[in-house]
Design a protein around this ligand. Structure first.
Ligand code: GDP
Length: 195
């Protein structure tokens, strides 16, 4: 997809604030600091539209970015942030679960995983939950530039095994730093939204 226009639309804190354009939505899930904002910026070739390293703790907002008049990226709050209280985490659960299970315009969830490390318990729970709820998932392993190319396949294998990933789910090797995987990820997205 050629991105001509990308803009931040809203940090939605309740469903009445979700955009009403009817465009397909692609959600991004992953633990805090995994690189979701960087991935959005790389996909749209902008340095700073999605705020990188913004303070975690905004546990209940969905950040909507409109791409052309084709789709929205919906950045979900990062999970697994240690300093967030249990009550906050529970709120996170309810709000996000309601969005993920109830939003008909949601076409795909990108589960962002750090290629360097085996998926955390939170990552595993998230993947299992998404599959349990029948949501289409694409696993994106990011920060690939941080490990030597010769080790990529070994790390991918561990990630697939730890998640018990469905063979049918696409996995895209990614690096926001060097742009690796960008075209492939756009292809997966375009296919899902029937572009
Ligand atoms: P978010 O909290 O998931 O939105 O994570 P950010 O996008 O803010 O990224 C967290 C940190 O990881 C920042 O310092 C980024 O510069 C860094 N980062 C994100 N993606 C990559 C990547 O692909 N390669 C490298 N080397 N660093 C990355």
């Amino acid at each position: 997809m050629k991105v001509n226009q990308a803009e931040f639309v809203i940090s939605a804190v309740r469903p009445s604030q979700y955009p009403e354009d009817g465009l397909p939505e692609i959600a991004l899930a992953g633990r805090s600091n995994v690189g979701k904002s960087s991935l959005i910026n790389r996909m749209i070739q902008r340095k700073n539209l999605a705020r990188t390293s913004s303070k975690p703790g905004k546990t209940q907002q969905l950040n909507y970015y409109r791409i052309n008049t084709d789709l929205f990226f919906v950045d979900l709050p990062g999970y697994g942030y240690a300093q967030v209280s249990k009550t906050e985490r529970e709120k996170w659960g309810k709000f996000i679960e309601a969005y993920l299970t109830g939003r008909e315009l949601l076409k795909l969830v990108l589960l962002i995983i750090d290629l360097r490390h085996p998926p955390s318990k939170d990552d595993q729970a998230m993947y299992a939950w998404l599959k349990h709820n029948g949501l289409p998932v694409c696993i994106v392993t990011t920060k690939a530039d941080k490990i030597p190319k010769g080790k990529w396949q070994k790390h991918i294998k561990i990630i697939k095994e730890t998640l018990e990933a469905d063979k049918g789910d696409p996995l895209v090797l990614f690096s926001s730093e060097i742009g690796l995987g960008k075209d492939e990820l756009w292809q997966v997205i375009e296919e899902r939204i029937g572009y």
